[in-house]
Write a protein that binds this ligand. Structure first.
Ligand code: SAM
Length: 266
């Protein structure tokens, strides 16, 4: 499956910021508590973006780990390297396309992760088998992504604003149904954990900012809803009206993120 997808630094940063400001729960704390990283571990984070998980692992292990981040986006890798400079850390951020063979030998890492990225993989068994191949026996894989019930309100508002069906999302439509069976078939054990985070908006503006950053991220995926820039702006205005109407009626908008965390052992 060819997925036309491009993440930009600013879209990703806007969404991370809105999760932090309007969500009641901390996904990084949930993740760290679940994966219980061991000091001295050799770690590969695939689809690392601007390095969010790599820096979180680094801080948790107080620098006592060998962490590498890999991504295809030059823009996000540059952002991650800039963060290294700011923090005085030297985590290697490398170009890694998870649709191709990883540039590592077999049985090398104690832990591989892929957070909010793996569902952009074109060939699910290939990408999972690469994550498995580079892990040591007994090593662990951790991957996160949206479950089918993720952020229903977001889709409801878009449906109401457009009167059109929502195109299938690579994340919520594939993460559980396509990735979990492959993980279960390759790994000796796999656990499923769920993180629920309600984001509460008392005005339409941050919800629209979130929507703008989400739809532009997936512009190619959302093309059934708008054609070009002007149409996109019209859609944003319609979404704002629907969001404002709902807030007037209900006092707030609650968009609940429902994230799955699959933790597997080789
Ligand atoms: C939503 S971002 C998540 C980034 C980071 N893990 C985080 O949580 O902040 C999705 C990431 O997947 C990356 N990505 C998409 N296709 C990829 C591919 N074929 N190989 C590696 N990374 C890819 C994007 O460049 C982007 O950094």
């Amino acid at each position: 499956m060819k997925i036309n997808y491009q993440e930009t630094t600013s879209d990703l940063a806007v969404r991370i910021d809105i999760h932090n400001k309007f969500g009641g729960k901390d996904i990084d704390a949930w993740m760290l508590d679940l994966i219980k990283l061991q000091p001295g571990s050799k770690i590969l984070d695939v689809g690392c973006g601007a390095g969010k998980q790599c820096f979180s692992y680094h801080d948790y292990l107080k620098g006592n780990a060998d962490i590498t981040g890999g991504d295809v986006s030059d823009d996000l890798l540059a952002q991650a390297r800039g963060e290294n400079e700011k923090r005085g850390t030297s985590i290697p951020f490398i170009t890694l396309n998870f649709n191709k063979q990883f540039p590592f030998e077999d049985n090398l890492f104690d832990f591989t992760s892929c957070c909010f990225a793996i569902y952009y993989a074109e060939d699910v068994p290939f990408t999972i088998s690469e994550m498995h191949r580079v892990l040591k026996p007994g090593g662990r894989l951790f991957t996160t992504g949206p479950m089918p019930q993720n952020k229903q309100l977001f889709y409801d508002v878009i449906r109401e604003a457009t009167n059109k069906p929502i195109p299938p999302m690579p994340g919520s439509s594939r993460f559980e149904s396509e990735f979990l069976p492959v993980i279960r078939s390759l790994f000796s054990s796999a656990e499923v954990h769920i993180f629920e985070n309600p984001l509460t908006f008392e005005s339409a503006e941050p919800f629209v900012a979130y929507t703008r950053a989400s739809l532009s991220e997936d512009r190619k995926i959302w093309t059934s809803l708008f054609e070009g820039k002007d149409d996109f702006e019209n859609l944003m205005r319609e979404i704002e009206k629907v969001a404002a109407r709902r807030i007037e009626k209900e006092g707030k908008l609650v968009m609940t993120k429902v994230v799955g965390g699959f933790l597997a052992t080789k």
